[in-house]
Design a protein. Structure first.
Length: 345
């Protein structure tokens, strides 16, 4: 059955505003507040409205370029985002496209302008990585360009998305610790930092609850979720010290990502807490530094290269033909066992 075409009238009815205001908001007209534009764009995307494609200077000729947007604070993260970026570049180059990379200031005031590569129609599609603010994503969609998100917080948008199974990773982390005899578990990472952190904790807590209900045994679960204020590590150093100096310190700690785990292990060394004999540690992301740590870090592999490859393939298909049906691809993660999980006899 053919889907009904969503019109501006439908969007206006959904929001209780005039069609004229919808039209002006979608076209980015001056005199319309950024809040109104965002609400109209979000409603349009939710309802499945088909935006008109931006037209390059030479009629409908392809530019042969794609844009990749990444939060500016993550540009130096070669171990995680660098692997994904390399995979995107390789896949796009193999298909005859050049990649135009832009770092986005996530702290800029609302309504910050898009990169010129997008506003001047110098690209045929866009891949957006990580915690890019919602208004930027909505503006790209409103520009009529095919778009794919990687590891984004915004799963409610009607756009293509590739992401790791964060919930499953957290669940398996807890199961692995429990299987190795640990009964005093901890999670550390700022839960307001990202959707991925919240999902990792949700899975971790769910595995603990499942074990409790199935066995009747008690497992202690402590959560340490301080502010993001320590050298861009997404938890405060004070929260790390609170965890390590607790009267009932966890005997196994799941860190929301590897950078947190490295800082925790450094603090443990300074306090004379042996890893894994006195406290086991597991990270998430399986960056290359895990192998090079004094005590190699057990971590969860989210398949970074594959995320970039799959996102590129999705964008290539979307640029060739847009059927209006968004896809979400979740990649199954795996634990990479090293030396930081102790087996309790």
């Amino acid at each position: 059955m053919k889907l009904k075409k969503v019109t501006m009238e439908d969007i206006a009815a959904e929001l209780g505003i005039s069609k004229s205001l919808v039209s002006k908001a979608l076209s980015g007209s001056h005199g319309i507040s950024e809040d109104t534009k965002d609400k109209v764009r979000a409603a349009a995307i939710r309802l499945g409205y088909r935006f008109k494609k931006g037209v390059p200077q030479e009629a409908t000729d392809k530019t042969g370029n794609v844009a990749v947007l990444l939060p500016r604070e993550d540009v130096g993260d070669f171990d995680y985002w660098g692997v994904i970026l390399k995979s995107i570049e390789v896949e796009m180059s193999r298909n005859g496209y050049s990649v135009m990379f832009s770092g986005i200031d996530t702290q800029a005031e609302k309504g910050a302008s898009l990169p010129l590569s997008i506003t001047e129609h110098k690209v045929d599609g866009v891949i957006i990585l990580g915690r890019i603010p919602r208004p930027i994503i909505l503006s790209v969609i409103a520009a009529g360009l095919p778009i794919v998100l990687i590891d984004s917080d915004y799963h409610d948008l009607n756009v293509d998305l590739v992401y790791a199974d964060n919930y499953g990773g957290g669940f398996e982390a807890a199961r692995h610790m429990i299987k190795n005899g640990h009964r005093n578990l901890g999670f550390i990472g700022n839960l307001d930092y990202s959707w991925t952190f919240r999902e990792r904790y949700r899975g971790f807590a769910a595995a603990v609850d499942q074990y409790r209900s199935e066995t009747g045994d008690e497992i202690k679960l402590s959560v340490f979720s301080g502010d993001v204020d320590f050298n861009h590590v997404p938890v405060s150093y004070g929260e790390i010290m609170k965890c390590l100096e607790a009267d009932q310190r966890p005997d196994a700690l799941f860190c929301a990502n590897d950078p947190i785990a490295f800082v925790v292990m450094q603090a443990m060394d300074q306090l004379g807490i042996a890893c894994p004999d006195e406290m086991s540690i597991m990270g998430f992301d399986n960056v290359s530094k895990c192998e090079m740590s004094v005590t190699p870090l057990t971590s969860i592999e989210p398949h970074k290269s594959l995320m970039g490859e799959r996102a590129s393939q999705m964008l290539l298909r979307r640029m060739e033909y847009d059927n209006g049906v968004s896809e979400k691809q979740q990649l199954v993660v795996k634990i990479v066992e090293r030396k930081t999980i102790n087996k309790v006899e």
